[in-house]
Design a protein around this ligand. Structure first.
Ligand SMILES: Nc1nc2c(ncn2[C@@H]2O[C@H](COP(=O)(O)OP(=O)(O)O)[C@@H](O)[C@H]2O)c(=O)[nH]1
Ligand SMILES: [Mg+2]
Length: 330
């Protein structure tokens, strides 16, 4: 049984609203454990009651931040702000410092928080791009369910015609959701699949068309050329499409994500990101790095916190920072 065929063990739990929050938190705290454990020493000290702040406390905190993948930039800016607060005696105990740290980290991430808006255009076309194995197909499957729950009709296009079993994998998600999947056999032209799907979605006045794409071809240039071709072909049927291009990134890859953002953004202007596998061993710092990327303004539409159909959430900076700083279940 391939990974993607595994039954969803957590789906039941996530379906019950009262369980959503603890599940999200425990998964995030567990998933962010790499960055969290590095932060724990410095930030843990801040939680030891209302100690006064001295140089040593600030130094510990700075060291802790530098040891994480939060990055030098974020650490420098955050420490400068905290030091200012300490000098002005606005921050005069460790508890206040901890709260200020959380707020500053949250502010750094706030620009990334944006909801994916579905336009009135039928279909609203969303491309999912990204390297192999990051979770494109899974994210499409999860999103199809959410969109349907919002009362929207959905169609899927199996544009990853390169990889063996990619088409079948999308078809499985289509069946799970009871939504049509437009596909051709493996090896066929990706742009032709997209064209067919677009025509069909237009004819049926489907609300949202989710287009899966390949993450790997013989080489990078070829992959980017294929994405551009799919783009051109879709535009022939609707000049305004695609309405979104979502880059899917594996939360475990760390700074490597930045080059993926740049690379794909050059081929097709990205409108947003989905960061998956935040339940795994995510490197939280990449989000801070993305937030500080010059000339690239891409929000995080979704975070993936598991393999199940319900494991897709909006990106909420406050939750993310809490999970990073607060002691969760191990
Ligand atoms: N733990 C976890 N696994 C995920 C998540 N999203 C996707 N995966 C898994 O990552 C693997 C690759 O996903 P897939 O959708 O096939 O990636 P694609 O090649 O980009 O289409 C599969 O085993 C998925 O179940 C997530 O948020 N958390
Ligand atoms: Mg795939």
């Amino acid at each position: 049984m391939s990974d993607w065929e595994k039954p969803n063990q957590d789906g039941e739990d996530a379906n019950q609203a009262s369980h959503v929050k603890p599940t999200l938190f425990s998964r995030l705290t567990k998933g962010l454990s790499k960055t969290r454990s590095q932060l724990a020493t410095g930030v843990g000290n801040l939680l030891l009651g209302e100690r006064e702040i001295d140089e040593a406390v600030l130094e510990d905190l700075e060291t802790a931040l530098l040891l994480t993948d939060v990055g030098v930039d974020t650490t420098t800016v955050v420490m400068a702000e905290l030091a200012k607060g300490v000098r002005r005696q606005v921050l005069n105990n460790t508890r206040a410092l901890h709260a200020a740290l959380a707020q500053l980290l949250e502010e750094r991430l706030q620009p990334l928080s944006k909801t994916l808006e579905i336009s009135a255009q039928k279909p609203h076309v969303i491309f999912f791009v990204g390297v192999n194995g990051v979770g494109k197909t899974t994210t499409i499957g999860k999103l199809a369910k959410q969109l349907q729950q919002e009362g929207k009709s959905v169609m899927l296009a199996a544009g990853d015609t390169f990889r063996a079993a990619a088409v079948e994998q999308l078809q499985v998600w289509g069946e799970r959701n009871g939504v049509p999947v437009v596909a051709q056999k493996q090896g066929s032209d990706s742009a032709s699949v997209a064209f067919d799907a677009m025509q069909s979605a237009q004819a049926k006045a489907v609300d949202v068309l989710l287009v899966d794409t390949a993450g790997r071809l013989q080489d990078k240039v070829q992959l980017m050329d294929e994405l551009k071709k799919v783009h051109r072909v879709i535009k022939r049927l609707d000049e305004s499409a695609p309405h979104d291009v979502v880059l899917v990134i594996d939360g475990g890859v760390g700074q490597n994500a930045l080059s993926q953002v740049r690379l794909f953004n050059e081929a097709l202007p990205l409108s947003g990101l989905a960061i998956t596998k935040l339940d795994g061993s995510a490197k939280a710092g990449v989000l801070f790095a993305i937030a500080s990327l010059p000339q690239v303004d891409v929000p995080v539409y979704f975070v993936g916190i598991g393999e199940g159909i319900d494991d897709l959430r909006p990106f909420v900076p406050a939750d993310f920072v809490s999970a990073l700083l607060e002691k969760g279940e191990e």
